[in-house]
Write a protein that binds this ligand. Structure first.
Ligand code: F6R
Length: 236
């Protein structure tokens, strides 16, 4: 595992985007596993910058996102599909049909989970999976529990995650209580993993990377992956 501490969010975002950009240059038809949330916004902005400067070409890239809220359609500004379109997909030359997220409005979430797991596999798995980390150690929406879920599955969000995510909604009652997420097994199948974490995540990052491997701290499983890079920042 490589751990790189940067000075601030800007530097973290630059480094993360360089690593993702290198993946795209080396394998133009790569599969990128992507995340939403505050952590990757700067990284996506840097990727857009590199694209506009003619340094990156996304025309063959395929993307698979970690998760989506249940009950929100893609045109809902709170949905992760909307977030991805806004911050990345609509700003670069990736064909929309090459961008995949779980369908949060599917009528049967178990069936949708199986479909999405199969889809990730059919694409050959992620060459590089970008992750953020929750204050409770969650990755994707894999909340602390007594087992590491293997595959894509529906989840009930914990109170702390609903609280944390409510900053992006008008009212806490509007935060969906369910989501569909890649499992820990789906994430661990990625060939390379890149975890980015702001200064506010210092404590949980340390616990996850140096503490014991336990589903009570889902990100601790990354200690078992053979190619993980963690980029943290001192401030911001
Ligand atoms: C988002 C996701 C979540 C976030 C995590 C950190 O797709 O899967 O695990 O990465 O909640 O969120 P931020 O970056 O907003 O602190």
């Amino acid at each position: 595992m490589r751990i790189i501490e940067t000075r601030n969010y800007e530097e973290m975002s630059t480094l993360a985007a360089e690593m993702i950009g290198a993946q795209v240059m080396l394998k133009p038809r790569c599969v990128l596993g992507l995340a939403t949330g505050s952590s990757p916004i700067g990284t996506y902005a840097k990727l857009v910058e590199a694209y506009r400067a003619g340094r990156l070409d996304f025309s063959q890239v395929r993307t698979v996102n970690l998760d989506e809220y249940c009950g929100l359609a893609g045109d809902n500004p709170q949905s992760y599909r909307y977030f991805m379109n806004h911050h990345l997909f609509s700003q670069v030359n990736i064909p929309q049909e090459n961008t995949y997220l779980p369908n949060g409005t599917a009528s049967d979430m178990e069936e949708e989970s199986r479909r999405y797991e199969d889809l990730v596999e059919e694409l050959g798995g992620a060459d590089l999976q970008l992750l953020g980390i929750g204050h409770n150690g969650h990755i994707g929406f894999n909340e602390p529990t007594d087992c590491f879920p293997a595959e894509v599955h529906p989840v009930a969000l914990t109170e702390s995650t609903i609280q944390a995510n409510s900053r992006l909604f008008d009212r806490i009652e509007d935060v969906p209580t369910q989501a569909i997420t890649m499992g820990i097994g789906t994430i661990m199948k990625a060939r390379r993993i890149l975890l980015i974490a702001g200064a506010d995540k210092k404590g949980i990052v340390e616990k996850a990377l140096t503490g014991k491997v336990t589903p009570l701290v889902p990100a601790s499983v990354l200690q078992l992956h053979r190619d993980v890079t963690v980029i943290t920042c001192k401030e911001g």
